[in-house]
Design a protein around this ligand. Structure first.
Ligand code: GMT
Length: 377
């Protein structure tokens, strides 16, 4: 098949999943065309059957506050679909990608050409941004106009029905996945020692995100502070975003500077995750929690919020522990339970690595291929 993929190219789960999907599909023999304003961050180097098409925009004084990216994207989607004879366009994150794909499709129809649209809903396109009155009707319309719609968790599917109704449209759940070869538990503790080159018994806690308010970075720091009172430990924070400055200040005010490392954006999170003893994800909500899955794939247990789609990924008491969002005391208790006893930690690590295999690319990507075939038949 010849498949167009549009996603946000920046650090973030939806762009990561879209890019890994494109690369996996290309390995399986499909021709993939990424269309976005920049090359997706996980698309590095040459890959057979993969092409990137950059959306270019005219700078014009009148557009000062509102450069119409969505229109330029629709034009590029139309152009690439026509020139490369795409069978379908798979868009990740509904806003504005599902609407621009619909526009491109209308232009093609006008020329006697047909393009199928598959939309994957990822999270705040449904739970937050899409429900804002400024986007609601267009989000609902473009979901309903898609030829197929997927959600990354059962929670997100139900939330889509609850918030948008979505008439006759069937939202299928296809979970996020990991390419198992990229994430595997380390055979020794060399990665861990690189992150915290201290003596035995020292623990490494990791959090990876784009530091938006929904991630509750303040809770990450407070959970760590609680653990640090009981155990020698280092907190490694990966990523960047609006709440980073506040987190830096919080770390200073709690006197934790020497125990916390802010790494900023890191291209290969696997290298960091392989050095972790525990992953923290205390988000207010999370439609899936790809970062937690990536940690589990490296054999790292997770302490997370029992919110949104996280319980579909992290099994409480088995691959980590869940607690209500904001319940820092319980999360500290669970983190200490996970880290304080070597046998318990090993059990959680084994379970986490095994559970992650349920979400391997080999299991999940064929479900997208089957959906494409159905849409095209
Ligand atoms: O929806 C968002 O907030 C953005 C998106 C992203 O690009 O980071 O994150 C969502 O999609 C990821 C990939 O499917 C999920 O793993 C995240 O849980 C989800 N984020 C939220 O629901 C807050």
């Amino acid at each position: 098949m010849r498949i167009g993929i549009t996603c946000y190219p920046t650090y973030g789960g939806s762009g990561a999943v879209a890019t890994e999907l494109g690369l996996e599909l290309a390995r399986r023999g499909h021709e993939i065309h990424f269309i976005s304003y920049a090359s997706p961050f996980r698309l590095r180097g040459f890959a057979e059957r993969v092409t990137f098409h950059e959306v270019t925009q005219l700078e014009y004084p009148l557009f000062e506050q509102s450069s119409p990216y969505a229109l330029a994207l629709a034009v590029k989607q139309h152009e690439v679909a026509k020139r490369e004879q795409l069978d379908l366009m798979h868009v990740h994150y509904a806003i504005p990608h599902a609407a621009t794909a619909w526009l491109a499709k209308q232009m093609l129809e006008h020329e006697g050409l047909h393009l199928k649209i598959v939309t994957t809903l990822h999270g705040t396109d449904i739970t937050l941004v899409g429900q804002d009155p400024s986007y609601y009707t267009l989000t609902k319309f473009s979901i309903e106009q898609s030829d197929a719609v997927t959600a990354v968790s059962a929670y997100l599917r139900e939330e889509t029905y609850r918030a948008f109704g979505c008439g006759d449209c069937e939202v299928r759940v296809i979970p996020n996945f990991i390419s198992a070869a990229d994430y595997h538990p380390p055979a020794d503790d060399s990665f861990r020692r690189r992150l915290a080159p201290k003596g035995g018994g020292h623990r490494v806690l990791v959090h990876v995100s784009n530091f938006r308010p929904v991630k509750r970075i303040g809770d990450v720091v407070r959970i760590f502070a609680g653990v640090r009172q009981q155990l020698p430990a280092t907190l490694v924070l990966v990523g960047d975003g609006p709440d980073r400055d506040a987190a830096e200040q919080q770390v200073d005010s709690l006197g934790l500077r020497k125990d916390v490392r802010f790494l900023g954006k890191v291209e290969s999170v696997g290298d960091v995750l392989r050095g972790a003893d525990l992953f923290l994800l205390p988000s207010a909500t999370e439609s899936f929690g790809l970062a937690a899955l990536e940690a589990m794939a490296c054999g790292v247990p997770v302490v997370a919020s029992a919110a949104g789609g996280i319980p579909e990924v992290v099994e409480d008491g088995k691959t980590g522990f869940l607690a209500p969002p904001g319940d820092v005391a319980t999360m500290v208790d669970r983190a200490l339970r996970a880290l304080g006893n070597a046998d318990e930690h090993s059990r959680l690590k084994r379970n986490a690595a095994a559970r992650a295999l349920d979400f391997s690319a080999d299991r999940v990507v064929p479900r997208y291929e089957a959906l494409y075939e159905e849409v095209l038949s």
